[in-house]
Design a protein around this ligand. Sequence first.
Ligand SMILES: [Zn+2]
Length: 246
Amino acid sequence: MTMRNTSIRTVVIIIVGIIVIGTVLMLIRDTATAPSLQDTKNTTPTQNKPVADVKPTYDTTSAKSIQVIVNKQHPLKQIDYAPISLTSVGNGQRMRTEAAEAFLNMQAAAATADAPIAATSGYRSYSYQKTVYDSYVSQYGMAETDTFSARPGYSEHQTGLTIDIQGGGCSLDNCFADTAQGKWLAANAYTYGFLLRYPADKTAITGYKHEAWHFRYIGTKLATDMHTQGITTLEEYFDVSGGASY
Ligand SMILES: [Zn+2]
């Protein structure tokens, strides 16, 4: 009896021992896992950094930067800036080589989509913009001219990154927005690095009336990011001032 009782006691001790060791092991494992869960919680926001944190990678102030912001509050730092390398985009128009190549690719794709487009106005030098602006001022007065034409040194066209596009029997007019070309560009231009620079609902922010034909090259990475986030102006994306007054 004693021997049997001792055996039963031994078995009970072993079982209890196994349960205790098992519980301790589970607790140790949980404790070991806990910090890594906490780490994940801590690193997740860093991995999905808000755009505000990555914006400094873009240079929005140098005249030669692809992402330079030019508006009535921000003239080109070098007021008579001229791009070093210009490439033809047809119709006697030129753009900075990188932007020209992107435009020509976009033009080929548009033609394939039965929405053939052509260049109307690309790079404009400081002196040419001065001639254009002065001519408008003599015709419409300065206040009216400032709503649709940039003063020299304040024009995106001077960067060589901007192109006025025509097609579907419409040029330099918002009838372009209703053409197959205008619609195709509105939907696809970002994939070639272009931005519809002066949207209809952002006049107060850009300082310009709606221009369905005026596209600005900003590079595919930024254009795609803006498209994904549904941000339609450079001023809003970079939190930079704009507006109608100089
Ligand atoms: Zn334009």
